[in-house]
Design a protein around this ligand. Sequence first.
Ligand SMILES: [Zn+2]
Length: 294
Amino acid sequence: MRRRQLADDPRITLLTYHGVAAPNFEQHLRWLTARYRVVPLAEAAEWIRGRGRDEGRRVVITFDDGYKSFYRDLWPLLRKYRAPATLFAVSGFIGTDRLLWWDLIESLLRRATVREVVVRGQRWPLDYAALVAHAKTLKEPDKLRWIEELRAALGVELPQATGTEFELCTWDELRELAADPLVTVGGHTCTHPILSRVPAEVARQEIERDKAILEERLQRPIRFFAYPNGRATDFNDEHVGQLRAAGFECALTTVEGVCGRGADLFRLPRKNVGGRFTNGALACKLTGLWLSVG
Ligand SMILES: [Zn+2]
């Protein structure tokens, strides 16, 4: 009975990946495509909106930020398994040599030759998680200043993204991806600020310019958005209004959950999939949520 209930559950799970190696992703794809229908985000949004039929177990695959590894290593696998995915691109970093701020911290730490560092009078061990957690507590422009002070205190040069695992797609690569019916490109702001940590006007510009730049560069409508960082405290009603006004149709968070019919289209939950997840862990993530929510 329970098995039947699970099989018939029409809710849709949006999966989010941040970094995953190709062999592991292929295992996930093989497992997922054998058990679920992997559907485009547009189909999921239609169903959540109340259109379309209940069609069994469905998942949507999403990736944030727009790393080159998606283009180079994972897109060929999506094609092999005919699995659609959505890529949310940080438009201001696409085609540049710049590192997203958390990757910048990681790159600085890899270059460092000391065991601890003092920034603004505070002593820090070279602990990526602790430094990133602290950076997330700072307001946006100050966060970047603090990271620059960290770099200076470590005495290392400003690293570049090119040739590293942190490199993002070029515009040509993103255009190629967007031209594939399997791939949907969505907005993720121009520079990846946590929206609730910048003034409303800055947030509005980040949202509107991102959509305009992606549409201009890719020559297609950009309908979907993912909040940077994406926790419930990282955005608010004002940002939802800005996204609606800009013409976005839905927005994805990093809040854990599944999407039922009638879910708030501008606060869609996702399930985070770790890059090192075994198929068993992936199964727990997917079935566990049905048992816990249902
Ligand atoms: Zn992101």
